[in-house]
Design a protein around this ligand. Sequence first.
Ligand SMILES: [Zn+2]
Ligand SMILES: [Zn+2]
Length: 318
Amino acid sequence: MQHFLPQLSFKIQLSSVLLVWVACSPNSADAFQQERRQTFRPLSIPALKKTTKQLKPINKLLGAPQPGQWLAQQKETGQSFSEYLRSRPLTLTPSRHTLYVQPIGKFNPSQQEIIKLSSEYLSIYFCCPVKVLDSQSEDNIPATAKRIHPAQGNHQLLTSYLLEKQLAPQLPADAFALIAFTASDLWPGDGWNFVFGYASFRERVGVWSLSRFGDPANDPESFRRCLERTCKLATHETGHMFSIKHCTRYACNMQGSNSLQESDSQPVHLCPECHAKVIFATQSDPIQRIDNLINFSRKHGLKRDIEFLKEARKILDD
Ligand SMILES: [Zn+2]
Ligand SMILES: [Zn+2]
């Protein structure tokens, strides 16, 4: 989960659309924007700061990092909600309000379902429309951007090619971000074995791989685990696109991780500081968002965060 800031030029080219998910709204992206303007008054910054205090007691503070964990190796200082506001973060705007998902390569039917559900989850998590584009073939990716890993023997795609040559030129005009999913493994260049995902904050494009999340076609538990991992990766990386830094204080979806094992130990929910950042960046209703997250989690067996979400809802509703 590394990130870089390349200099790229934009050429807008809209791909056709397969699916549209709109959280908190029944029909289309336009209807969503219209309904939001009419029915919800965004929380003020003092009200958001109050939510961070209210939610603090139900959040777990991080202890000292264990050897090998992200914070044992990375010197990060975290980011409070106030620091986030001072950083002039990227937020949804009336002209950039939609997340686009671009599948690249061949996916089995279970993986296709994972992409569909993860896109729905993204829409709920960031309270904005998500459009899933027609899948693109790997055949158009040049040989210089593909390799067989020298030791592990698996097929990999070069992240810099995907971001700079494939995704950035097709960023739609109304996109807050364009996110690609691949079934192939990813590597970011010389000296690297692999990455789960890679994103450019400035260009608002990212690519993430399902290849290390297990085959969701194996059995229902494999499907649930793959869905949870994909939802977590997608929301974590999209959180970065909203200018949210890694969390160093609480157990939180925005913690950095060094491995799948470490990532699996972290929650999908947000800590009070990161929660306020997402509500600010999306100008959304926190209770409606939590209700939608609970409904999705119940429906698809993502049980781990439900009790936390119910507690958070009760606190915010009082
Ligand atoms: Zn990260
Ligand atoms: Zn956090």
